[in-house]
Design a protein around this ligand. Structure first.
Ligand SMILES: *[C@@H]1O[C@H](CO)[C@@H](O)[C@H](O)[C@H]1NC(C)=O
Ligand SMILES: *[C@@H]1O[C@H](CO)[C@@H](O)[C@H](O)[C@H]1NC(C)=O
Ligand SMILES: *[C@@H]1O[C@H](CO)[C@@H](O)[C@H](O)[C@H]1NC(C)=O
Ligand SMILES: *[C@@H]1O[C@H](CO)[C@@H](O)[C@H](O)[C@H]1NC(C)=O
Ligand SMILES: *[C@@H]1O[C@H](CO)[C@@H](O)[C@H](O)[C@H]1NC(C)=O
Ligand SMILES: *[C@@H]1O[C@H](CO)[C@@H](O)[C@H](O)[C@H]1NC(C)=O
Length: 395
């Protein structure tokens, strides 16, 4: 098989991969203990400018925004009951694993339903201890009524997606540098990777390999999940998975230099720097095209029915590793800063130089900022006004 051969060629160059096609279970987030080992953000969305307050675990539990349902699956949702008055934000959830996962990990995300709807912007992604120096991997992400998942890496300058690489997804931007905004994106081409299609197909599974040989993301809708993976409890063999949806081989992005150990993050915001961009929001969802059109049209007033599909239903998130040492504590993660932390092989300046996003910034942040600048001063000013208004509310 041509695909397999070219992957083998790539991997052969990597001592790390030569060791393992089988990975053993390191951590399973599932069932009644799903929410153990995560930290709830407990602050408003100050990283992507979304119109949500990320609540504490106590509030999320009390409001039933984060819980394990009768089927044993984790539900993470936006408040779809409260009548939110202008100009307040709606309650939602953002959680981050306490532990970090090193090179040699496979992260398997199995969901039945992803949040969707106008203004809705969910993501399952990872980030290093020191964002953005230690990189970001966006595994599941989309906005509004989008039907296909978008994957991406964000890094310091010097990491790019190889053109012509063996992957089934459609490559977008090839430069992963954060200052370039969107990062290096790949759009899923298999059907049912997002939105209503994903839900009606019974969901699906993403597996991400974080390795010194590269970062590789596979996706299968429910009926196509390999039996070896569905039944994997203690170990997983990746050798039969075929070409990934997105491949970022080390030949054009030295993963160990650009990515520190990663922690897993689940975010569910509304509008903000990606879903709220009028040119993206309005065609799908209407409104008057104003900078705060997404907020006014979708977020305030009654939550139902607009947010009735704004929830994750997650069966499990499993981490497999070459050995159990891939799971490390925050203190080990901070000590494991990659060499790239000193600035960038290509001499890139700090992506945070734009002042737009902080250490906990998330996917899409810079993309949207760049897009705002492209759209010109008027929109930036309007956007700033909305932000100022939103921040003012917190005082
Ligand atoms: C991986 O696991 C499979 C199934 O358990 C086994 O058949 C195969 O020999 C293993 N491969 C390696 C390289 O250990
Ligand atoms: C949220 O938590 C605060 C205290 O932290 C409490 O006063 C408030 O009643 C809680 N709200 C809900 C809806 O549980
Ligand atoms: C809110 O969303 C849930 C699904 O998460 C749904 O069961 C419920 O009917 C929705 N509406 C209201 C008003 O609770
Ligand atoms: C775990 O695997 C890594 C990478 O192959 C290796 O460097 C390390 O020594 C292993 N640790 C243990 C405890 O086996
Ligand atoms: C980031 O990539 C873009 C091209 O995609 C380039 O214009 C820009 O100079 C790069 N930034 C750095 C710091 O290399
Ligand atoms: C967001 O708020 C948190 C909590 O106060 C803070 O630690 C973090 O630095 C803030 N991030 C940005 C980008 O302002």
């Amino acid at each position: 098989m041509k695909v397999a051969l070219s992957l083998v060629t790539l991997f052969a160059a990597s001592p790390a991969l030569a060791q393992a096609a089988n990975f053993s279970l390191v951590h399973a987030f599932e069932g009644s203990s799903f929410f153990d080992g995560w930290t709830f953000y407990d602050f408003y969305d100050n990283t992507t400018n979304g119109d949500v307050n990320y609540v504490s675990q106590a509030n999320a539990t009390a409001m039933k925004l984060a819980y394990v349902n009768d089927a044993g699956n984790a539900i993470i949702k936006v408040d779809n009951i409260t009548n939110v008055p202008y100009p307040e934000k709606r309650d939602s959830v953002r959680i981050t694993t306490n532990d970090f996962y090193n090179l040699g990990s496979i992260w398997v995300f199995d969901a039945l339903h992803l949040p969707y709807g106008c203004s809705v912007w969910p993501s399952f992604w990872t980030k290093g201890y020191d964002w953005p120096r230690q990189g970001e991997i966006d595994i599941v992400e989309g906005i509004n009524l989008q039907s296909a998942n978008q994957m991406a890496l964000h890094s310091y300058a010097g990491c790019t997606a190889a053109s012509g690489t063996t992957q089934t997804g459609r490559a977008g931007n090839l430069n992963c540098n954060s200052t370039d905004g969107a990062g290096c994106t790949v759009t899923e081409t298999s059907p049912n990777s997002f939105g209503a299609g994903f839900a009606s197909a019974g969901g699906g599974v993403w597996a991400t390999q974080f390795d010194s040989s590269g970062v590789f993301i596979w996706f299968w809708e429910r009926s196509k999940v390999p039996a070896s993976l569905s039944s994997a409890t203690t170990s997983v063999d990746i050798s039969t998975w075929g070409a990934p949806s997105a491949a970022y081989p080390a030949s054009s992005c030295n993963v160990g230099n650009f990515f520190g150990p990663q922690q897993l993050v689940i975010t569910l915001t509304l509008c903000g720097d990606w879903a709220g961009i009028p040119s993206l929001y309005q065609p799908a969802c209407g409104g008057d095209g104003a900078a705060n059109g997404c907020y006014v049209n979708s977020v305030i007033n009654a939550g139902s029915p607009n947010f009735d599909n704004a929830y994750f239903e997650i069966r499990s998130i499993k981490v497999f590793g070459v050995n159990s040492s891939v799971e490390i504590s925050p203190s080990s993660a901070s000590a494991a800063a990659p060499s790239q932390a000193t600035g960038g092989a290509a001499g890139g300046s700090s992506p945070t130089g734009s002042g737009s996003s902080g250490p906990t910034g998330s996917a899409g942040t810079n993309a949207a900022i760049a897009e705002r600048f492209d759209l010109g001063g008027v929109l930036s000013l309007l956007g700033a006004g909305v932000l100022a208004l939103a921040s003012g509310l917190l005082l």
